[in-house]
Design a protein. Structure first.
Length: 119
């Protein structure tokens, strides 16, 4: 399967997870909020990836294979509500990690594109 088909399938999965999260609503907010937050961040990146060369996508894949499991662990151990003095809860961690993922991904895309232009 080509990478464009894989990305298109992943776009469908992200859209489906966002729809399911809205359906679950506040009853299961501890699951639905991180899914929506991450879906909103990943969707534009996936659409951008449809037009990128394969070597840039390979770099993003390497980064994602390390970053995503760490985020899943952080979200799994985070409290569902604000219970400590620092105010860290699952929603705040989801916002922070998804924003960081977006920024790092855009930096990787920019860096690799710049290096490709030099060749």
């Amino acid at each position: 399967m080509s990478y464009r088909k894989k990305i298109s399938a992943f776009i469908g999965i992200v859209l489906l997870s966002i729809a399911i999260s809205y359906y679950l609503g506040p009853k299961y907010s501890y699951v639905s909020e991180p899914l929506v937050i991450w879906g909103v961040v990943i969707l534009p990146l996936l659409l951008l990836m449809l037009f990128l060369p394969t070597n840039i996508i390979a770099s993003l894949k390497k980064f994602s294979l390390i970053y995503i499991p760490v985020v899943i662990f952080l979200l799994a151990v985070a409290p569902t509500s604000n219970t400590d003095i620092y105010g860290l809860d699952r929603e705040l961690i989801a916002w922070f990690t998804s924003t960081l993922f977006l920024i790092i991904s855009l930096l990787i895309i920019g860096w690799k594109s710049w290096k490709l232009r030099g060749k």
